[in-house]
Design a protein around this ligand. Sequence first.
Ligand code: FAD
Ligand code: SF4
Ligand code: SF4
Ligand code: SF4
Ligand code: SF4
Length: 412
Amino acid sequence: MAAKGEMFYAWSADKATQDKGECGGAVTTLLKHALDTKMVDAVLAVTKGADLYDARPVLITDSKDLAKTAGSLHCGTLLMSKLVKKYLDGAEKMKIAVTVKGCDMMGLYELAKRKQVNLDNVLMIGVNCGGSVSPNMARKMITDKFGVDPDKVTKEEIDKGQFIIEYEGGHKGISMDELEEAGYGRRSNCRRCKLKVTRQADLACGNWGVIGDKAGNATFVEVCSEKGANLFSQAVDKGVLKAEKASEKGIEMRKKVEGAMMKLGDKWREKDFKGLGEGAARLKTIMTETGRCIKCYSCIEACPICYCVECSTKKPYLVEPGQVPPPFMFHLIRFVHISDSCVNCGQCEELCAMDIRNSLFMHSLQVDLEKMFGHTPGVSMELPVLALVEEKTERDRLHGTGTDQIFDIFKK
Ligand code: FAD
Ligand code: SF4
Ligand code: SF4
Ligand code: SF4
Ligand code: SF4
């Protein structure tokens, strides 16, 4: 019986799943076992759409269909959490297993806090994540830097710090650092992301720490909850999943890589936030850039934390209707409502019709608030700062200051 905190190398007992899987097919096997034993009613996973750059969510109820979800799509920048809320009734009426990257998982936690998702009915199979590349960027990068027609690429992967492609006629890898220095590579939110190992999911699965003959053929699984331990143990006992204890050397290596990724995340945060300026200068940058907004609402539609039936940005007494670009209040409302809970998933930037760096703006505010109040969104069920504010107490406190500003965060 596996227990919370234990670490394993795992791979599928089925040869076809092993071959199709990214690293031995453990995740696909675990999902199949959960579905076959009726531990869950459905699986929400990801499948290849029109091409390698098109990652599509898919809901599966017959485990025979799981084969098409095996493999990692690094150029698919979708977010799973909002789908659970929006299309699956927040898992209120059905039990669902979901494959989650760090940002998917964090979004689920934020929605669960707000009672929009029932985590008791969700089994989170985490995949560790070093980052993803936007589909357009991937095509451009493969054309410009690899000199290859992106439509000829048959496989992409990110391994040992390299972006690697296989294509008709060969394969080629270029270091991510080199690509990113040249303005290509992972999305900017992914560079700043520090949730690399999905320990708040039920299982955290990835390739870091898999060494020797297991490298590429097995997945490193960290058991993170009782639910995860139960699924993992059952699959091993049934003989569908093969597993052995992770080696000390592998565990150490995984720790080192995770540490290096944290440092890299800090480096990018420093660089990106510095680039925005500070105080009034940052406000000016944000106001100027959001001046391109065409009020398409994509940022709100995509954000896992924006789910309100009556969005304040649509209230005429707050945002005067009929103006493009909308008054800055449109953006201020989102900053006020989201910045303590933003999980830096990048969706509001990725899907912005005007390429406004929404995620960067929101993330910079979130990190400032985290420094002030010590609250990290997405990693536990701890409530966000604003949820803890007692209105009467705050009004009295504000009145006592003799000003209408509690924090002058834009002060020079
Ligand atoms: P499989 O059996 O092949 O199953 C893979 C599962 O991943 C499927 O269920 C599929 O639905 C899901 N999936 C595929 N693409 C996505 C996506 N874009 N979003 C959400 N779910 C998806 N591991 C590390 O240790 N270090 C890393 O840096 C790292 N980066 C990754 C980046 C991305 C974008 C992804 C998707 C995975 C990453 N992984 C990383 C995890 C690793 O690639 C394997 O997914 C993991 O080892 C499991 O392998 P497997 O053969 O057991 O999975
Ligand atoms: Fe992965 Fe983090 Fe980017 Fe999400 S934000 S895709 S978890 S690196
Ligand atoms: Fe994701 Fe943007 Fe919402 Fe933050 S504000 S959680 S980056 S969509
Ligand atoms: Fe809700 Fe505010 Fe987002 Fe509108 S902007 S959906 S009111 S959180
Ligand atoms: Fe404006 Fe971009 Fe949001 Fe559309 S997605 S409303 S253009 S900021």
